[in-house]
Design a protein. Structure first.
Length: 302
């Protein structure tokens, strides 16, 4: 008789961290919908400023300055980090705009498409070999986008730009030898002067909402904290879980956004949109199955 299988406590912690991160990201539309009347650009500015300041304190408490200093003293490494910073800032800003303009369905579609964009970028840029099922998945997703374009007469540009920007961010991020927390801090640190200049300009023009509205000012500060918290949880999950497990958990985020858009925000979902969503989900199922099949097999020892 074999002893009953015991759960790996670290794997259980990893799953809990992953669920926390992806659930928080999925619920972001509810938070950013609170910024009624504040432009996405201004929210983005404060998200950069306050996340950077919050990370200064957090890295000091955790004593994680060594990798940060190492990155800052090597200018050659900062080029890719700056590219990451600009891409993630664009992604953040576009996502906030999608929530404010009541296009959360498009945002959720963008994050559903991201894994498939990662596959395409891996093949085109890194010359990675694409599995047959992954090729079918990418083709099915492309067909879904083409149907939206032909039948609705417009491209889901928010979805495509979110997927492309986040996929490209992941591509550059893989080439930066920094952990998630240190990487996010260096990225926001590089953007900090630009955000500070933009805030100064808004204040000079009398268009800043900060300080003049205390509840909104508090929300703007909190936006920086909420930027860092799910990333910390994700880092905890990534250290404890296999990539395949993280891949499955990843769909929690856009799934929650999809439900929020339909149930809470009441966004319309036409028959053509629903059909293309089903095609995207089918392509993700093929992608997940392919990833599961290609996972490293564990040898069973007696």
């Amino acid at each position: 008789m074999f002893p009953p299988a015991s759960r790996d406590p670290e794997a259980v912690k990893g799953v809990m961290f992953g669920l926390t991160a992806y659930t928080m990201w999925g619920c972001f539309p509810l938070f950013f919908a609170l910024f009624d009347g504040i432009p996405a650009f201004e929210i983005l500015i404060h998200r950069i400023l306050w996340s950077c300041l919050f990370l200064v304190g957090l890295i000091s408490i955790l004593r994680r300055w060594t990798p940060v200093v190492s990155a800052l003293v090597e200018p050659k490494r900062l080029g890719r980090v700056l590219a990451c910073a600009l891409l993630i800032a664009f992604n953040w800003g576009l996502y906030i705009y999608a929530v404010e303009s009541k296009q959360v369905l498009q945002a959720s579609l963008g994050y559903f498409l991201t894994p498939l964009v990662n596959i395409a970028l891996g093949v085109l840029v890194l010359r990675e070999v694409m599995a047959r099922l992954q090729l079918v998945a990418l083709g099915l997703a492309s067909l879904a986008i083409a149907i939206q374009f032909v039948m609705l007469g417009e491209l889901p540009w928010i979805s495509l730009l979110l997927a492309l920007s986040f996929g490209s961010y992941g591509l550059f991020r893989k080439q930066v030898p920094l952990d998630g927390l240190s990487g996010l801090f260096v990225e926001t640190l590089l953007l900090f002067p630009l955000a500070l200049i933009a805030l100064t300009w808004l204040s000079w023009q009398g268009e800043s909402h900060f300080i003049h509205n205390v509840p909104m000012s508090a929300l703007l500060i909190i936006s920086g904290v909420l930027t860092a918290l799910p990333l910390m949880a994700f880092a905890g999950a990534a250290r404890r879980l296999r990539l395949a497990t993280l891949g499955f958990l990843m769909y929690i985020n856009p799934s929650i956004q999809f439900l929020i858009a339909i149930i809470i925000f009441g966004e319309p979902l036409g028959l053509i949109q629903l059909a293309t969503f089903v095609m995207i989900w089918a392509s993700l199922a093929l992608y997940s199955w392919s990833s599961w099949q290609s996972r490293p097999r564990q040898q069973v020892t007696s």
